[in-house]
Design a protein around this ligand. Structure first.
Ligand code: 6LW
Length: 521
């Protein structure tokens, strides 16, 4: 009787719980802000996702989800200088598209450091923990991926714009077979992002073509044998926004995808795309999108019915489990930074410390215009078309021209800074400066005293730079059309970041001391 009662209670609980978990509809992008080239692996009911990181340190963020919609950033694969040399890496350099795979208890992440050493992989048994030292690989090209079958580890990448396959020892990196060309795609430029899957005794080769701009598309081919010959899907591309039906879609540049199966046998796809916000200009970089896939036995996969995506996806989903929300306000007195924060290239840890209930940044000669080494700058992604970012800081022990403040940073060639600047006579001024390619423009320069609140208000069309001495009444110190700092104008593979910085042209050991940082959408 007790047993029956217990079972009844358990059943009632399960029914209520599953009744509570929604299983319909979600919003794209599922990971907002600069998070391109997504790759996913599944272990039971857990999905792990990685994205590219270019010049930023630590590199290759790792996300976890059980419903594919809510993703929690659980760490980074590349957290040590020995794994991630980034000297001279810019927004077109450093770490390109990663692939994550799980095989016999081990997670593998394979990627390219285009600035140092080319293709390599790292592995771990705990994706929330530390990953191995890099295992360097011989086969070139970008976008390497792994496929495991019967004790063999295959590596695929795109040297010479040709999808190329070989066998490797994933623990030593040794290449065990000659590299063999297997497909060049359907004729689009930049055949890249290859992944191999096996289904119904066929090998499927998924790639991207057309380049990562408006001509981007996803195509697929299949073969009975892993080395080919591969037959192209007559319905290619299986996903693109290049056509007239999506000409006015708020999502563009759809490509670089990964296909995978959930535990309930449903198929899904993640890919990158961008959201034009100011005319044809995009600010947030390439983001991660999700789509359902229908993949019948012996058939070609069909993405979201007609090979396009929407922001508002009206489709059945896995039971939805909201992930913890990112913190809006970080008080530096807690001596803690969450894993949203990254540095540009390999940071100098001695220039970052918590003291006086603040985050203290020691300025160096390396300015934000420097593309070789690491300025004192700690950043997080802009993740929303409309946002307000606020910090409060003071500049201490400063010599003439030392500075600290808040920047909207695309890369060294394109950033808008608002900061406190030390004068030769000991006074301080509030300066707003736009550094846009060869143009350096001072938008504001006025006296200021001691601690100052700095606020950037972002809208799709304009960024507004404001400051306050009491945190209540703000003065507008400048504004700029977002077009100037968009990917279309500035270039690069990354997106807008918000950064706290300090600079000292004479290495005077002055400090920018920040009390908190708040980001609200
Ligand atoms: C990536 C390539 C691409 O390696 O852009 O859009 C490159 N796709 O596949 C950098 O993200």
């Amino acid at each position: 009787m007790k047993k029956i009662l217990f079972s009844l209670i358990a059943l009632a609980l399960c029914t209520t719980l599953s009744a509570q978990a929604p299983t319909y509809g979600y919003k794209n992008p599922v990971i907002q802000g600069f998070h391109p080239d997504p790759s996913v692996c599944r272990v039971g009911n857990d999905f792990y996702l990685v994205t590219s990181s270019f010049q930023y340190f630590p590199g290759v963020p790792v996300f976890h989800s059980t419903d594919l919609i809510h993703w929690e950033k659980i760490g980074h694969c590349l957290t040590r200088d020995s794994q991630l040399p980034l000297k001279g890496a810019n927004t077109w350099g450093g770490i390109y598209a990663p692939t994550i795979r799980y095989h016999e208890g081990t997670f593998y992440m394979i990627t390219t450091n285009v600035s140092h050493g080319g293709n390599f992989l790292v592995h771990t048994t705990d994706p929330r923990g530390e990953w191995s030292e890099p295992v360097w690989l011989k086969q070139g090209g970008i976008d390497p991926s792994l496929y495991f079958e019967n004790g063999v580890c295959y590596m695929v990448s795109n040297p010479d714009n040709t999808i190329t396959l070989c066998e490797i020892n994933p623990k030593t990196g040794e290449q065990l077979t000659e590299s063999r060309a297997i497909w060049t795609g359907t004729g689009g430029r930049f055949p890249e992002a290859p992944h191999i899957y096996k289904k119904d005794d066929m090998y499927y080769l998924l790639i991207a073509e057309g380049g990562t701009e408006y001509g981007h598309k996803v195509t697929i081919a299949r073969s009975r044998h892993i080395y080919g010959p591969y037959e192209s899907n007559p319905a290619n591309p299986i996903l693109t926004h290049i056509n007239r039906v999506t000409q006015h879609s708020p999502i563009q540049g759809v490509g670089h995808a990964e296909l995978f199966e959930a535990a309930d046998s449903s198929w899904w796809l993640v890919c990158l795309a961008f959201r034009p916000l100011n005319g044809n200009h995009h600010l947030l970089g390439r983001e991660t999108f999700l789509a359902p896939v229908r993949w019948d036995c012996n058939a070609w996969p069909v993405v979201n019915g007609n090979g396009t995506l929407e922001l508002d996806m009206k489709v059945p989903t896995l039971p939805q489990q909201p992930a913890p929300k990112p913190v809006e306000r970080i008080d530096f007195k807690n001596k803690y930074l969450d894993n949203e924060w990254v540095y540009v290239r390999n940071p100098h840890p001695e220039n970052y410390r918590f003291a006086h209930n603040r985050l203290c940044l020691t300025g160096t000669k390396t300015s934000l215009d420097n593309g070789e080494t690491s300025p004192t700058l700690i950043c997080r992604r802009v993740t929303d078309p409309t946002f307000t970012a606020t910090t409060v800081c003071r500049l201490r022990n400063a010599s003439a021209n030392d500075e600290c403040g808040l920047t909207v940073y695309m890369y060294e060639g394109s950033h808008c800074d608002m900061g406190i600047k030390q004068q030769a006579d000991g006074s301080q001024r509030l300066v707003v400066r736009f550094h846009l390619g060869s143009i350096d423009h001072i938008a504001y320069d006025a006296p200021i005293k001691d601690e100052v609140y700095l606020r950037v208000k972002g809208t799709p069309d304009k960024y507004y730079f404001e400051y306050s001495t009491d945190g209540k009444h703000y003065h507008l110190a400048g504004n700029i059309s977002t077009r100037y700092i968009s990917t279309e104008t500035a270039g690069g593979f990354t997106g807008n970041m918000l950064g706290l910085y300090a600079i000292s042209p004479t290495d005077s050991h002055s400090e920018g001391q920040f009390r908190y940082f708040e980001y609200k959408k």
